[in-house]
Design a protein around this ligand. Structure first.
Ligand SMILES: [Zn+2]
Length: 350
């Protein structure tokens, strides 16, 4: 783990102190605005000012990104439902404006669990003669909506928690007018699930990745809900494609992982390499015909386990390896229907 923000900040402060006074005119570009090293606590929620009026909230399940603008607040993910009151109290220390929009990076309860409560205290922005609906609007990929409304979800998901705006295209652009930033939603296909979104705040130069990237753990691959190892690597490459490094410094595009600390492009490159190396190790054994038990016994993650087992009780290296194996192993051929008995009537044509 690197702890470099204070170092980078210190270097900048030193450089500024040695300049003549006239040269110290504030020239603030997004790239030059360093995150404050000072986090503060509101109850159990840790608040870090990432850049400008964008904040990272930690301690409510998945990471929450708060985008405050003069007319309201847009949040990326809503945390676990049990933490919603504390999340709201933390947001109130950043802005007294209503929550306008909630963007979900996935359907997971630690990312979308606070939707109902936080949408319920919010209010949408509308124009003209329309009366603004008395709730914040939830925005997510179409598969998040489908999974929330599946008949198997019992009790049914409350309507306040369900996305009112969805997309099924590779990206969705949201207006600066309604969010205080050019917000671009990017669909990450078949990665953590099949409904993952990474959120790119283009003016603030920040990306919230959702659960394809976590500094505390291996990426969680939910095979039941359409996830897969190659989608995770593709998603990490998408982040690397759009992020910019800062010349010889930490900083540049700032990246909020699904869980864990604030990062930059170098952290994502390291993580992408780690995930790719483990994928290739498993793939090598799969191609040689190894069984799942043999792959598990080979301990293919052991050199990385000291870094990525901070939530091993809920997501162990063995669970990660199993999901990688099942992503790569050839699927058994579906059973063929039995041939009709001799003399039997031909099947009716459709
Ligand atoms: Zn998560």
């Amino acid at each position: 783990m690197r702890a470099i923000w204070p170092v980078a900040l210190g270097a900048t402060v030193l450089a500024a102190a040695s300049l003549p006074r006239a040269a110290q005119a504030p020239v603030q570009t997004a790239a030059q605005t360093l995150p404050s090293a000072q986090a503060r606590m509101v109850g159990a929620i840790k608040i870090l000012n990432i850049r400008n009026s964008v904040y990272l909230l930690q301690g409510a399940g998945g990471n929450i990104t708060v985008l405050a603008f003069p007319e309201g607040v847009t949040i990326i993910d809503s945390g676990a439902s049990a933490m919603a009151d504390q999340v709201l109290a933390a947001i109130r220390t950043i802005s007294t404006q209503p929550i306008r929009y909630i963007i979900n990076t996935s359907v997971d309860p630690d990312h979308a669990g606070g939707n109902e409560k936080l949408a319920g205290v919010g209010r949408q922005i509308t124009g003209g003669n329309f009366t603004a609906p008395d709730q914040a609007e939830v925005i997510a990929h179409e598969q998040v909506l489908n999974r929330m409304l599946a008949p198997s979800v019992q009790p049914p998901t409350p309507s306040l928690a369900v996305p009112a705006t969805t997309y099924y295209t590779p990206t969705l652009k949201l207006s600066t007018l309604y969010h205080g930033d050019a917000v671009q939603l990017v669909h990450v296909r078949a990665a953590h699930t099949d409904g993952d979104t990474m959120v790119w705040l283009r003016h603030n130069d920040i990306i919230a990745t959702g659960d394809i990237f976590q500094t505390t753990n291996y990426p969680v691959i939910d095979l039941e809900r359409g996830g897969g190892i190659n989608g995770v690597i593709e998603g990490l490459n998408q982040v690397i494609d759009i992020a910019f490094p800062e010349f010889r410094l930490e900083n540049g595009t700032l990246i909020v992982p699904g869980h864990g600390r604030l990062c930059d492009i170098a952290d994502v490159v390291y993580y992408r390499d780690m995930v790719t190396i483990i994928r290739d190790r498993v793939d090598d054994m799969v191609k040689k015909g190894a069984s799942l038990d043999q792959v598990k016994a080979a301990k293919l993650t052991r050199d990385y386990d000291p870094y990525y087992t901070q939530n091993a009780a809920t997501y162990s290296p063995e669970m990660f390896i199993e999901s990688v194996y099942k992503s790569l192993a050839p699927k058994p051929a579906p059973a063929r229907p039995a041939a009709p008995a001799r003399g039997a009537a031909p099947a009716p044509r459709r």
